[in-house]
Design a protein around this ligand. Structure first.
Ligand code: ADP
Length: 352
């Protein structure tokens, strides 16, 4: 049901209409019937108010209906039929329509802000990719062109240039592989292969994979204690192995020579465990921690690129953990060390 409220246009029109009607009536009475105003004054006054109220009600109702039907037409043409505020038949009141349009407007503004942010994010991402690819590409180009010019005859130098070129290609491969993986996760295309596996075994496998790097950095890789029994978790083994590899390799890259990387597994609550990777390396200043898992975020922008990371390692780790509906944590102190930890779900049959 439509509510009638003060409406300036209707009010003025009703006023003019009533005034004119009563005036005409007065003139008719005074001149045609030669009657004095005094004898009909009160009746004319009451008539005036009667006319006024009647005219006002009719006018304001008609005006509101007219506006309502126009706004409804506009509303139907502006709002997509799939929108949650699209069922115009449910609106019988112009106020409700207006408040819905206002809500829609503020939602649209939010959407536009989000799109702008995403656009800026994408631009930055593409810029970062170009930057990441440029470095090895220039290196490859430099060596290949020098060799093509034919000035280098010494076999040793040729071999050195070729091995540098191979390193550049490896690096390109590495960055592209990480980009591919992160895109799969961000577009929801990465599927997890859920199985039950012994996390202690997986940690030991990763230790073997990175043993050479640990030796080169003279860092000792160990478990925090002896785990005699298997700890069966339910997750995607290959992905979790990748998480462990990325975190352990980071602990070696940013660890100190003759330092230690220690991995431990502890029970969080009845069906959850926490895997911790602790190092006594260079650590991270607190100000960097909130952005650490962002794509291409680096604490030291110059040094790390030389160490071969794609800047995507931690972003990939976070995606994998979140795809498992688990959590990742970091605690770190500059010049003291870092601890990265993540939760996993125990396989029901597991016994610790
Ligand atoms: P990168 O390829 O640069 O290693 P990551 O995403 O793996 O990319 O890491 C992001 C940044 O986080 C690194 O550049 C480094 O500054 C910091 N970082 C990661 N792990 C550690 C660690 N164990 N100790 C100190 N700094 C770390």
């Amino acid at each position: 049901m439509m509510r009638l409220k003060y409406n300036k246009a209707s009010f003025l029109t009703a006023l003019i209409f009533s005034f004119t009607a009563v005036l005409l009536q007065f003139l008719l009475l005074a001149f045609v019937f030669k009657l004095a105003f005094a004898s009909y004054g009160l009746i004319l006054l009451l008539e005036f108010f009667g006319f006024f109220i009647g005219a006002y009600l009719i006018l304001s109702y008609t005006l509101e209906r007219f506006l309502f039907s126009r706004v409804k037409e506009l509303y139907a043409s502006v709002i997509p039929t799939t929108s949650y505020v699209s069922t115009i038949s449910q609106f019988t009141d112009i106020d409700l329509l207006t408040s819905n349009l206002k809500k829609l407007n503020s939602d649209k503004n939010l959407e536009i802000d989000l799109l702008k942010k995403e656009q800026a994010y994408r631009r930055e991402f593409i810029g970062n990719i170009a930057h990441e690819l440029k470095t090895p590409l220039f290196m490859i180009e430099g060596y290949v062109l020098t060799l093509l010019e034919g000035g280098v005859e010494d076999k040793k130098t040729i071999k050195k240039y070729l091995s540098q070129t191979a390193k550049g290609i490896d690096r390109l491969n590495f960055v592209i592989k990480d980009l591919d993986l992160i895109t799969k996760f961000e577009s929801g295309m990465a599927k997890l292969n859920w199985t039950s596996f012994n996390i202690i075994e997986t940690i030991k496998n990763v230790f073997e994979l990175v043993a050479r790097q640990a030796q080169e950095r003279k860092i000792s890789l160990k478990m925090d204690k002896v785990y005699n029994k298997p700890i069966q978790v339910y997750a995607d083994e290959e992905r979790i192995q990748q998480v462990l590899t990325n975190l352990i390799i980071n602990s070696l890259k940013y660890g100190i020579e003759r330092g230690t990387t220690e991995v431990g597994v502890e029970i969080l609550k009845e069906n959850k465990i926490l895997v911790r990777i602790t190092d006594n390396g260079e650590g991270i200043n607190e100000e960097h921690l909130p952005r650490l898992f962002e794509r291409f975020y680096r604490v030291d922008k110059t040094r790390n690129r030389n160490q071969g990371g794609s800047g995507l390692g931690l972003a990939i780790v976070k995606h994998i953990i979140e795809a498992h509906h688990e959590k990742i944590f970091v605690e770190s102190e500059a010049r003291v060390g870092s601890e990265f930890s993540f939760s996993l779900t125990l396989d029901q049959k597991s016994a610790l």
